[in-house]
Structures are given as structure tokens and as C-alpha cells.
Design a protein around this ligand. Structure first.
Ligand SMILES: [Ca+2]
Ligand SMILES: [Ca+2]
Length: 279
């Protein structure tokens, strides 16, 4: 309980803040966006090198690559950028892949697989199924999946006197930023990741860093919606729960749809029920 109280100021700041996820997540100098900075990135950098003050990309360099190659962000790609590029050469980053638009499908695929990032095939399957369900039963569109943790944030408490720099190697690998540092609890920092990940696994990884006292997920508060999936031989069963009314205390009303999606794509409503005081 005492630990939870320590986290409260930072949690409150988390909840008040907003953050817009990047469209694509790749590390500095990884111009080819494959997780490593190697000769292919150097070749791409070379095609964009136009010299000081040249604000447009050479013909063989696309605008996105030019922007990424402008490592000091001053609008050109010159030898200063090359020097920065060189410091990242040989670096390795976590590969997030392209940003997924269907957050429900991504979070469910992370939970079900237990993997760090949602596997492509599982994500696509759930995404397609949810589209079919929402098309067949539009009233279910109100239900959004809410995991028990914030999927892009982590709270780290460092041991007394440890500098936040001890987190740099992992932060760099995951392209995470120190988003908040608590004024009330010295050594407590909030980290913001580039996109949705399995945060309990990330927490376990940060917990191993020398100087970290504890790394904890940021609990999601409020809202009573959830989606559960069971996979069978020829179909998947989706339970969609729309919770409303004082949900931090357990919701006063729950509407529950159970829907089967056959492998053929056919959608069947198995049951619909309400629980509690739904008016
Ligand atoms: Ca690369
Ligand atoms: Ca530049």
C-alpha cells in the first residue's frame, strides 16, 4: 500500500497528460527502419547528403529519409549530421514495425500471445473479426478493450542517488523517453514508449538494470469495457462487455454480447444479456 501511495503523484500526472504516438517508430540513424544501423543506412544517408544549407533532398533521396538523415534537425544534411550518424553506427533498436490503427486488436493480440509486441497474424485475425462483429452488430462498436496496464508507459523507481542515465541503454533500444520525473519522490521517473508493448514484460526487463529499485506498470484506471477471446477449431468466441456507471467500483451496469466468428467469416450472436442497473 505504501508503495502505491508513492506512485500516486506520478500516476496523477500521467492521467492528466496526453501523448500522440508516432506513426512509425525507428531509432536515430536507422534510415532503412529495420532495427540496426548498418551499411544500408549509410548508403541511404549518402544519397541524402547535400551539404550545409541545402534544404531540399537530392532526387535519389525521398523526403522522409532526408528528414531522418537531418540528425541535428536544422533542415539540411551535412557533415554535422554525418558525425551524429557515425555515433549511432552499429546500434541496435527494438523493431516496433508499422503503427497499427486498431488498438483493440493490437492490445488483445499482445495479451493472448504473451509476446512483447503483437504478432502480425494474430493482430490481423482479431482486427478482421472485430470489423465483422461491429458490422453485423453495430451496437457492439461502443466496446473498447481496456488492458489493466497502460500499454506505452512504465514507472521506474531508482535506488537512492542513482542517475536517470542508468536507463539510457534500454531507453535508447526501445526509443523510450523520460516523460516525467517526480519532484515529490526523488528517483521516480515515468517512461513513455514509442508504441504499444507488453508492459509487464518491459517492466521485468527494466527491473534487471543495475540501480533500479523497482519498475512497475502504470495501472489503467476507470472504464469498464473489455473484450475476451477464446479460439476453437473452426471459430473464435468473442465476449464483449460494455461497462458503465461507477466502473472504478465495478460498474453498475454491464451489457454483454457473446459472438462467434466462424473461420468462414460468418458472424453469429450467441447471447446478449444485461447485468445490474442498466435502466
Ligand atoms: Ca537500418
Ligand atoms: Ca542537419
Amino acid at each position: 500500500m505504501f508503495r502505491d501511495l508513492l506512485l500516486l503523484p506520478l500516476l496523477a500526472s500521467f492521467l492528466q497528460s496526453t501523448f500522440i504516438l508516432a506513426d512509425d517508430c525507428y531509432g536515430p540513424a536507422d534510415l532503412v527502419a529495420d532495427g540496426v544501423v548498418d551499411a544500408r543506412d549509410f548508403s541511404a544517408f549518402g544519397s541524402c547528403l547535400a551539404g550545409p544549407g541545402a534544404p531540399s533532398s537530392p532526387t535519389e533521396c525521398v523526403a522522409e529519409t532526408f528528414a531522418a538523415a537531418d540528425m541535428d534537425g536544422d533542415g539540411d544534411v551535412d557533415l554535422h549530421d554525418l558525425a551524429l550518424f557515425a555515433t549511432s553506427f552499429g546500434g541496435e533498436y527494438f523493431v516496433y514495425g508499422p503503427h497499427r490503427d486498431d488498438r483493440d486488436a493490437e492490445l488483445l493480440a499482445i495479451e493472448i500471445s504473451g509476446e512483447l509486441r503483437a504478432p502480425d497474424a494474430l493482430y490481423s485475425r482479431i482486427h478482421e473479426d472485430l470489423l465483422r462483429i461491429r458490422e453485423a452488430y453495430p451496437e457492439t462498436s461502443i466496446v473498447q478493450h481496456r488492458p489493466f496496464y497502460h500499454p506505452t508507459r512504465l514507472i521506474v523507481q531508482l535506488q537512492s542517488g542513482e542517475p536517470v542515465g542508468v536507463l539510457d541503454p534500454l531507453n535508447r533500444y526501445y526509443q523510450a523517453d523520460v516523460f516525467l520525473s517526480s519532484q515529490i519522490t526523488p528517483g521516480q521517473h515515468g517512461l513513455q514508449f514509442c508504441d504499444n508493448l507488453n508492459m509487464p514484460l518491459i517492466a521485468a526487463e527494466y527491473q534487471q538494470v543495475d540501480g533500479v529499485l523497482r519498475a512497475t506498470i502504470s495501472y489503467a484506471i476507470g472504464g469498464g469495457d473489455r473484450i475476451q477471446i477464446e479460439f476453437f477449431d473452426a471459430f473464435a468466441r468473442y465476449t464483449l462487455v460494455d461497462g458503465s456507471g461507477d466502473c472504478p467500483a465495478g460498474c453498475t451496469c454491464e451489457r454483454v454480447w457473446i459472438v462467434d466468428v466462424l473461420d468462414t467469416g460468418d458472424v453469429t450472436l450467441v447471447s446478449y444479456a444485461t447485468y445490474g442497473d442498466c435502466e
